[in-house]
Design a protein around this ligand. Structure first.
Ligand code: NAD
Length: 369
């Protein structure tokens, strides 16, 4: 049985509740001889700050660097609102992303047929939707220098952010997008603003070069980022993989996510560069936060975190069959009308966080027997 090492960082609020359901799936996979995921649990976020005064310790970073993959729950909450900026819970998350060099953020937007009515768009526009947004995560305008507000001396101030991309940053994220497309429907839309930004001109040029050199079997289309936003609400099913930079990816991935209904359903993966053995550092986490308003009440939807673990099975552990089965089990419990509070609809059965986890495992068991 293949064996992997997974570092669990449940974090704050509902983080530990939803992570417990991943542990339930991990235990089932081992019991059934599918794969052996050895887990270790550590602190990140507010709970880490309470424990030792930092949102993530050097020792935890060391463990994350050594693990085959990291799973994060969520961090933060009002309890830590007064904490110094560099020690706030989110600083732990940012340090993990930075130290693991997680430059590629993958956010699928999948609309389960059973939940199509929960979308703000009409059922026929979103039913069966399956998009993957590939967002560059460590470059662009969020990190570019100079980045400052200066006094102009005439009562005015000037704020400057710098959008900056080097060729290698565009090349490596383009490779991630094209590789993914090959495993999906073989179509990449590259979204930038080459009409008004020189970084968009370079983005376009480099994506074309990577495509011509290595991926002529994949269909590539270029789209202006604003047109992409428009098309995402007009006809989202035309997209397979959307490749875009940090800023546009931030917007487009949130927009795509909302096509599918609740925050409690949305997984994500962040990947680093390939090492000599072809392995990547990776962190998997739900898109939602720590939801302090519902923490501790068994109300949290664990599906986003369980689906993030399915991504770990697929992208870090190369267990595509197990990932397929887990994703099918999620669809199965939704078809069986089980709902956590956030996705509850009339005529369906409301279940707790743990009951949803149990039902997903029971659904996997059905396919085993
Ligand atoms: P949030 O995502 O925690 O919650 C937004 C709303 O969605 C809340 O009403 C919440 O109850 C609901 N919700 C979220 N996840 C859910 C789930 N799995 N099941 C059911 N309902 C769910 O966002 P927020 O309220 O803006 O932030 C709360 C805290 O989380 C803040 O401290 C924020 O900084 C932090 N945060 C952390 C992350 C992260 O760890 N990656 C991301 C976003 C926000």
């Amino acid at each position: 049985m293949a064996s992997f090492n997974l570092l669990l960082l449940p974090g704050d609020g509902i983080g530990p509740e939803v992570m417990a359901e991943v542990e339930r799936v991990v235990a089932w996979l081992k019991q059934n001889g599918i794969c052996d995921v050895e887990t270790e649990t550590d602190l990140v976020g507010g709970c880490a700050y309470d424990d030792h005064g930092e949102a993530v310790s050097d020792a935890t970073i060391e463990k994350a660097l050594k693990a085959d993959a990291v799973m994060l729950g969520a961090v933060g909450g009002p309890k830590w609102d007064g904490v110094a900026f560099d020690k706030r819970p989110e600083a732990g998350l940012l340090r993990l992303r930075k130290d693991l060099n997680l430059f590629a953020n993958l956010r699928p937007a999948i609309c389960y047929p059973a939940l199509a009515d929960a979308s703000s768009l009409k059922r026929d526009i979103v039913e069966g939707l399956d998009i993957m947004i590939v967002r560059e995560l460590t470059g662009g305008v969020y990190f570019g220098e100079p980045k400052a507000i200066t006094e102009l001396g005439n009562g005015q101030k000037r704020a400057v952010d710098t959008q900056v991309y080097d060729t290698f940053e565009i090349e490596r994220i383009a490779h991630v997008a094209f590789d993914l497309a090959r495993k999906r429907r073989n179509l990449v839309h590259s979204a930038e603003k080459r009409n008004v930004m020189v970084s968009g001109v370079l983005w376009n040029e480099v994506v074309n070069e990577v495509h011509a050199a290595d991926y002529s079997d994949v269909e590539l289309q270029h789209i202006l980022a604003d047109a992409c936003a428009m098309q995402l609400v007009r006809a989202p099913k035309q997209f397979d993989v959307i490749l875009t930079d940090n800023l546009f990816g931030d917007m487009l991935s949130d927009q795509a996510a909302m096509l599918t209904g609740s925050l409690g359903m949305l997984p994500s993966a962040s990947l680093g560069p390939e090492d000599a053995d072809g392995k990547r550092r990776a962190m998997y986490e739900p898109v939602h936060g720590s939801a302090p308003d519902i923490a501790g009440n068994g109300l949290a939807n664990p599906i986003a975190t369980i689906a993030s673990f399915a991504m770990a099975l697929r992208y870090s552990f190369d267990q595509a069959d197990a990932a397929d089965r887990l994703e099918a089990a999620i669809a199965g419990v939704l078809d069986a009308d089980l709902r956590t509070a956030d996705i509850m609809q009339e005529g369906k059965s409301q279940v707790s966080t743990a009951a949803m986890g149990e039902a997903i495992v029971a659904e996997m068991q059905k396919s085993e027997s």
